[in-house]
Design a binder for this molecule. Structure first.
Ligand code: FES
Ligand SMILES: [Fe+2]
Length: 427
């Protein structure tokens, strides 16, 4: 007897198969803890956006996996990612979600840090003795940070896969979103809607690019808006949206093919006539030229997952913060475009209508995720079926991406392929 624990290693190869995954992957706390370690603490994850800290002294509190961090803008106007942990005895240095400050003062013994992390001082420093070196006691910085077009990605590991290898071709998805701004940038300044769900975090990236559920789960939304959405997710329509595997676990429900068939801009924006957005159209044409601007205004924003936690949700940006095997917090904010006030005013209303707790889109998925978790408490059958579309996937000659019918599970399989790659220690 003693403290011996069950230390049999978890065999991910057995749990993640090409056409099915095991239910235990959503419920086992040991698996959750290994996911935090391998996916969130070693790999690259989305942490935030530079526009969330526009001014010197601004900060945002975040969680990377299970570790608390702060995104700040220091006195030199640089964006910093700091661990939210006092270098004295480990107290969490900042408890507010966001704000502007000259310093962070630890509530335990009063050590005081600049927003850039440097230790400024402490009460009664005389007792620190001769080894005390103030410059060595600043807040620790997150080892690797990469900012791409304002999107802040972080890795808590000192070494590992480079950002470029991690993001791969999916950089184009971030470009597609930013290029809808006539200034090429977005501003995530409206604040975040946060929803805590009793569901495993993986339900959300899986659901977000699942085209199969749309006509069933969001039937009331499709009935109450126009027929466009319904057609875009129709299995039988040859001109429908397309499911894409961008590699590295990044996945997309590409609605652009459907938009292109209409040859009309702004189908992604409720079909607003161009005449209603005259300044936006003019500024887009000014920046990108008439032809490219029109292409962008037809194609619209991406609907895509950047593995593991970022969702480019058309007119919104979203990410998930895992809490435990059965709990997650999902964040949403409207994707506001720099230099596009006409778009932004409507986008804000659309987010309120679609993503809030009493709205007509997000609650459908939230309830389904929780219900999914409830269903998985039943131990039989053990597996979740993911074979849909396996026999009709193809490599799209236009972009070289594994693609399929909008209702297929190619995106889910792509997510799990990367999951297995990372969890089995290959990444
Ligand atoms: S733990 Fe922060 S000052 Fe002591
Ligand atoms: Fe959905």
């Amino acid at each position: 007897m003693g403290l011996q624990q069950n230390i049999a290693p978890i065999s991910y190869d057995a749990l993640v198969q090409r056409d099915r995954v095991h239910g235990r992957l959503y419920t086992d706390p040991n698996i959750f803890s290994e996911e935090m370690d391998r996916i969130y603490h070693k790999g690259w994850v989305f942490a935030g956006h530079t526009s969330e800290v526009p001014d010197i002294g601004d900060y945002q509190r975040r969680q990377i996996g299970q570790q608390p961090v702060l995104i700040t803008r220091d006195a030199k106007n640089d964006v910093k990612l700091l661990f939210n942990r006092c270098t004295h005895r480990g107290n969490m240095i900042c408890a507010r979600d966001s704000g502007n400050a000259a310093t962070f003062v630890c509530p335990y013994h009063g050590w005081t840090f600049a927003v850039g992390g440097e230790l400024r001082g402490m009460p009664m420093p005389g007792g620190m003795g001769s080894s005390y070196d103030k410059s060595a006691l600043g807040l620790a910085e997150v080892p690797r940070v990469h900012i791409y077009r304002g999107f802040i990605f972080a890795s808590l590991a000192h070494e590992g896969q480079s950002f470029d290898d991690y993001i791969g071709k999916a950089k184009q998805l971030l470009d597609r979103a930013c290029d809808l701004s006539p200034e090429g940038e977005m501003e995530l300044s409206a604040g975040w809607l946060k929803h805590r769900f009793h569901a495993n975090w993986k339900m959300l990236p899986e659901n977000n690019t699942d085209g199969y559920h749309v006509k069933v789960a969001h039937a009331s939304l499709l009935r109450s808006t126009n027929a466009f959405g319904s057609l875009a997710f129709d299995e039988e329509k040859g001109d429908s949206s397309v499911n894409r595997d961008w590699g590295g676990g990044h996945t997309e429900l590409d609605i652009a093919p459907r938009y292109r068939n209409t040859n009309k801009p702004f189908q992604w924006f409720g079909g607003v006539p161009e005449a209603k957005l005259p300044n936006y159209v003019a500024r887009m044409e000014q920046t990108y030229g008439r032809e490219l601007a029109r292409k962008r205004m037809i194609d619209g924003p991406p609907h895509a997952i950047i593995f593991p936690n970022l969702f480019l949700a058309e007119l919104n940006i979203s990410f998930v913060a895992p809490v435990s095997a059965n709990q997650v917090v999902q964040y949403y904010t409207p994707m506001l475009l720099k230099g596009a006030p006409e778009i932004n005013a409507r986008a804000l209303r659309q987010t309120e209508g679609a993503m809030g707790p009493g709205s007509f889109l997000l609650p459908d998925d939230a309830c389904l995720s929780e219900r999914n978790q409830l269903g998985l408490a039943a131990q039989s059958p053990e597996w979740l079926d993911l074979r849909r579309g396996m026999e009709r996937e193809y490599v799209d000659p236009e972009n070289g991406l594994l693609s399929s019918n909008v209702s297929d599970e190619t995106t889910n399989r792509a997510f799990w392929k990367q999951y297995l790659h990372v969890m089995s220690g290959a990444a």
